[in-house]
Design a protein. Structure first.
Ligand code: AMP
Ligand code: MG
Length: 488
């Protein structure tokens, strides 16, 4: 057992105050030879952890699940979810919540070990994770964080010294994941399906206390909870769309009630702009394609509303009506966020009715000319038409003239326009090829320098530094036939 004073881990276990159906207490399965491959010092410091301890032999034993801080109660969380539209009982099949870290600023974060071994929810799986997918989650969630998009983050990745069986033998790994919480739409679905009314109420109250305490003063706090979750998801999905992020597996168990991006599996950033882009090899019908993300989010939120229906009204009819009214606000809120973001990407400060068509025209040209999503907006920001495949096309030139006219119909200076565009269009996104190269070097050659360099240039995506430009130029190559595979 480890003394908390050394690690500065300051864990609480409020999740275990919920009714027992919501979790199973259990310790991680020990691993034979844990080795630290990456530690997120900035994140660790902000959590109040002692990095020299956490990266020491003893700290690594904690990150591997071989040793637990002395007074914590690890749990596997129960949840259900709609996977590709089909309802299933799930739960943490390979993850354990080891506790909630209370930071020096008195904030509370879940500390979870992903890949920590079998649990009662493993459904025949081995409870383990492979190094490549865990590093992938680490890289992409860091990129999302630095793009200012709400997300879980990786504190560390360790290898376990164990081979795990997939299509081939792979090196086992554990990701320490930090989240506002791991409460999912699927957690509520679980409560609604397998619990009593009191269980559902307990979960809703816990969620409110933890994430939305201000809704307590509302005449119906549970309706206010629904409305807040809708609001956060509308903002989140708009941010995804604006940077071209495709989650890949937006099942209801992968949607966090806190509004964070969670569960990076077959996700990827889009290079060439196309509305129908899908990366996931298992998403054969394109259910989770780029263009569908907003409507899928609304569908998932309707499942959330359905789960808490008994809390929304005195009669079922009244509750359904209330839920529908709330859900119907998602589309409008999403669009408001998305248009605000798109205007900013184009340097537009005020609003005009014609903006929607200006934006639409640009996007359909980008699709027609197979333009790179990120680089098109960068070229517009820095006036580098020569980088655009569509630069010489008359329809693009007409559009550009229309856009320039539009920019004149606002009071802001050219410098202000440029500044807004620089702050709204990232210099870099974690392109698939870059991520794959980094993973290949790490997994095949134990060479982490490629990954470290990538993480470094992704750190301040709105800086537009010479180093970032050089990196992008050197590494640029669009990958149109890229596929990602479920991170198992
Ligand atoms: P995901 O696709 O990662 O969102 O996972 C869906 C469900 O499968 C969750 O309940 C996971 O805990 C479970 N799962 C994924 N991989 C494994 C594994 N290797 N062993 C046991 N359960 C797993
Ligand atoms: Mg999941």
């Amino acid at each position: 057992m480890t003394n908390r004073n050394q690690s500065n881990l300051n864990l609480e276990n409020t999740y275990t105050t919920l009714p027992e159906i919501f979790y199973q207490k259990l310790n991680p399965n020990p691993v034979p030879a844990p080795k630290l491959v990456i530690y997120n010092k900035t994140l660790g410091d902000s959590l109040g952890l002692d990095s020299s301890y956490m990266t020491s032999e003893e700290g690594i034993q904690i990150l591997a699940g071989n040793k637990m801080p002395w007074d914590t109660v690890p749990v596997a969380q129960a949840y259900a979810g709609h996977q590709f539209g089909h309802f299933t009982m799930l739960g943490d099949g390979r993850a354990l919540l080891i506790g909630e870290q209370i930071t020096p600023e008195n904030e509370r974060y879940d500390v979870q070990l992903k890949g920590a071994g079998e649990t009662p929810y493993s459904r025949g799986g081995d409870g383990r994770a492979a190094l490549g997918p865990m590093l992938r989650e680490y890289i992409i969630s860091e990129a999302m964080y630095h793009l200012s998009i709400p997300t879980t983050r990786g504190l560390a990745v360790i290898t376990t010294g164990e081979e795990i069986e997939r299509e081939t033998e792979l090196e086992g790994a554990i990701l320490t994941r930090i989240a506002d919480s791991h409460i999912r739409v699927g957690t509520f679905q679980f409560a609604a399906k397998y619990g009593e009314l009191n269980d559902l109420i307990a979960l809703a109250d816990y969620t409110i206390d933890r994430h939305y305490p201000y809704v307590r003063s509302h005449s119906n706090p549970y309706l206010a909870l629904l409305e807040e979750v809708i609001k956060r998801q509308a903002a989140l999905i708009a941010q995804w769309q604006l940077v071209g992020f495709i989650h890949g597996v937006m099942n209801t168990d992968n949607m966090a009630i806190s509004g964070e991006t969670i569960d990076y599996g077959p996700c990827a950033f889009m290079d060439t702009y196309h509305q129908e882009t899908v990366f996931s090899s298992i998403d054969v019908n394109g259910r989770y394609a780029y263009r569908n993300q907003p409507s899928i989010a609304a569908w998932n939120l309707a499942r959330f509303a359905e789960a808490i229906l008994p809390l929304l009204g005195s009669s079922k009819e009244a509750a359904v009506q209330t839920a529908q009214t709330a859900i119907s606000q998602f589309g409008e809120q999403y669009e408001r966020n998305w248009y605000a973001g798109m205007r900013a990407k184009l340097g537009i400060f005020n609003e005009e009715e014609g903006d929607a068509s200006l934006i639409e025209k640009l996007l359909s040209m980008m699709q027609y000319y197979h333009a790179d999503y990120t680089n098109t907006f960068l070229s517009l920001t820095f006036n580098h038409n020569e980088n655009m495949p569509m630069a010489a096309a008359p329809d693009f030139q007409n559009w550009q003239a229309e856009w320039k006219e539009r920019l004149k119909r606002q009071d802001e200076s050219q410098a202000a326009v440029k500044e807004l565009m620089q702050n709204s269009n990232p210099a870099l996104i974690p392109r698939n090829q870059w991520v794959e190269k980094a993973l290949e070097a790490a997994v095949q050659q134990q060479d982490y320098t490629v990954m470290e360099k990538l993480l470094h240039v992704l750190k301040n995506p709105y800086a537009h530094s010479a180093e970032q430009a050089a990196y992008a130029k050197q590494e640029f190559d669009t990958g149109q036939s890229f596929q990602t595979y479920c991170g198992t």
